[in-house]
Design a protein around this ligand. Sequence first.
Ligand code: SF4
Length: 392
Amino acid sequence: MTAGYTHEIDRCVAEINKLAAAGADIVRVAVPEKKDTEALREILPRVRVPIVADVHFHFQRALEAIEAGVHKIRLNPGNITDRKQVIDVIQACKSAQGGRGIPIRVGVNEGSIIERKDKQKRMKELGAFFSGHKHGHLLAIMIAKLEEYLDIFYEQNFHEIVISAKSMDAAFVVEAYTEISKRFEHPLHLGVTHAGPKETGTIRSVAALGGLLINGIGDTIRISYANDPIYEVQDGLELLYCLGLRERVGVDLIACPTCGRIQVDLFTLVQDVRRALAEKVTVPMKVAVMGCIVNGPGEAEGADVAVFAGDRRGIIYVQGERVANVPEPEILERLLAECLAFQERVQRGEAKLGEKKVDIIPPDPIGELGSGFDKIAGGQVQKSVGLTIGKS
Ligand code: SF4
């Protein structure tokens, strides 16, 4: 979703195109005022992704946005409740786009379906439903509200519906969408709303959406947090890549977390490699940046290009073949050169991604890398400490 004002046409067009270039397939814009829906007429011909108009409170904005040519409407049952108004929007969507019609997303977000003043009372009234669920009362309200609202659509024989049921509570999001997926046939738009700053919002969103997606629930996603929407798109794409739901574009960078064996500035190296490769590599090659030759090869399994650091040096491998042993200041430049050369070979059809696994016989770590193997072998360096999930 764009963060700027829709009526600032040039800025809005630039933001939509930037999000699309970053990988967004659909972009939503807010249309709180008439000047926003009027702006859509100029915005739509200048962008190449479908645009969703986000409508709250004023059903007229939906009608104006449809007239302007948007590709989808998002309605909020919590603040557009008048039956006649909803029917007007449904009919307009049915005949939109020269009669082809456009879909409506019904967003029963936690924050908007419950009138705050009587939230407690309604939760008590509906408490008998879903008593086995952790969030039973709230889930009951959401489902009841959704069924009641969708009846208006069904009565109009309108079925181009997408449902969303967002909340800021990741566990509730999983529970709500799981329940909704069992009860309704419509596509689901997944999201965690008001997820907070990027640092925690990413975890909150990925925890919920990852769990749902891996179980086959969800058709579109939005990661949302208080930061530049470009990061939301990047994080959303990475989630899809990680789950194997979308073919990766560009580098799949793996890196070790470092431990007591490290003898180079690996954190800086990883960030430098990430930035350099993001700009220049477009084929989905796997690149590994590992802190040492002791455990690195095993941990970098499957990498097309890998660097294993030692004492202020790095050994670089391309599909299992050692191609360089360079001092630390030259690692970045040489690794980048090897990645680009490998990319060209792939593009020319002379090499295949993931064809050869990293199969490396570690060199003499003291002689070639001076990586302190004697310290490790002598037990002076501890193994890394992992995280324990749950209580033991
Ligand atoms: S063992 Fe080597 S590769 Fe693994 S975390 Fe430690 S430094 Fe990195």
